[in-house]
Design a protein around this ligand. Sequence first.
Ligand code: ADP
Ligand code: MG
Length: 253
Amino acid sequence: ERIDGGHLRISGLSKAFAGVKAVDDLSLEVRPGELVGLIGPNGSGKSTTLDCISGITKPDAGRVELDGIDITGMSSSALAKRGLVRTFQSTRVYETLTVRQNLAVALHGRQSIMAEWASYLSPQSESRSFRERADHLIETLNLKHVEHRKAGELSYGQRKLVQFAASVISPPRVLLLDEPLAGVNPTIINLFMRHIAANHGAGLTIILVEHNLGVVVQLCERLVVLEQGRKLADGNPHDVMGTPSVQEAYLGR
Ligand code: ADP
Ligand code: MG
């Protein structure tokens, strides 16, 4: 099924911490279905940008629109309901729940799990739509052999895959990925790349923050480079990587 919408428009976004401008008057438009790589040195404001878009932090100034609606300052749970989902650098999963239960919580939300907790504990009571999506993700992300294990018992890479599966199961219209590949092995990098490409192919709008430049250049049709919270370059990967200021700031040349 094709994903509609997911048009993100960010204008004049700013966020400071104790006087340090983490994000400084950033404007950025991501069109529906676009896959944009957001890169830049450590501390350049990539995660804070995702935090401001996804309701983790309130920006000091600026505006974020999703499909023409002002979503600035909305909570992350409200945004998830509107189809905007992010993942974190530090893997966030429910460690005491199994892989399948993590996906159930992701699909049905935390509100409903309070009321229907018991039903999630038994596979027999899974809804058909959940079962189909969960089975597909579990299968294609190589998680079948651990689907009934608690997420806290899994390897780091597997937990990153669970977090990713949870982020796409709904499915969202906009997905913000914060360094999904950091610290995972080449097999898992390949799995991630295939899944990111497949979601992009299905029309999902994606911002991918990633240090692995080879991956970013291969996957993304457009790169945005941040430096000290400001946009240093924005364009196709070839042009952006060839820009002298980018090479200086980002590659230290
Ligand atoms: P990146 O993800 O590009 O590495 P961040 O967005 O994490 O960059 O950080 C941008 C800047 O904001 C850095 O100088 C960082 O130290 C600072 N920063 C980020 N989050 C906080 C916070 N919660 N409190 C104080 N400073 C922060
Ligand atoms: Mg970061």
